[in-house]
Design a protein. Structure first.
Length: 95
């Protein structure tokens, strides 16, 4: 629970004007009637609270496993590197 609260506090501080555009949702039955998989394709963008207010964008997807109505796994993947995200904060520099 403490780790979850830390994550929410980080998002609240560093993700201003967040926007999540959902592009696709796919459903796939699991191994039994109580289990299924969901994949979502999305683009997340936000303004970082730095003096020059950079707008950062990440395209990616989420894979979720649902069992008996509960999400038992949620894995996010990005279509860019962490370094690409850092570079978006300093667009005038070639890092």
């Amino acid at each position: 629970m403490a780790r979850y609260r830390q994550t929410i506090a980080f998002i609240d501080r560093w993700f201003k004007q967040p926007q999540l555009d959902l592009h696709d949702i796919r459903y796939q039955p699991g191994h039994d009637a109580a289990t299924f998989d969901i994949r979502t394709e999305w683009t997340l963008s936000w303004t970082t609270p730095l003096p020059w207010s950079p707008r950062v964008t990440i395209a990616g997807w989420s894979d979720l496993v649902v069992c008996s109505g509960l999400i038992v796994s949620h894995i996010d993947s990005w279509r860019c590197s962490g370094w690409d995200v850092v570079r978006q904060h300093f667009p005038w520099r070639s890092l």
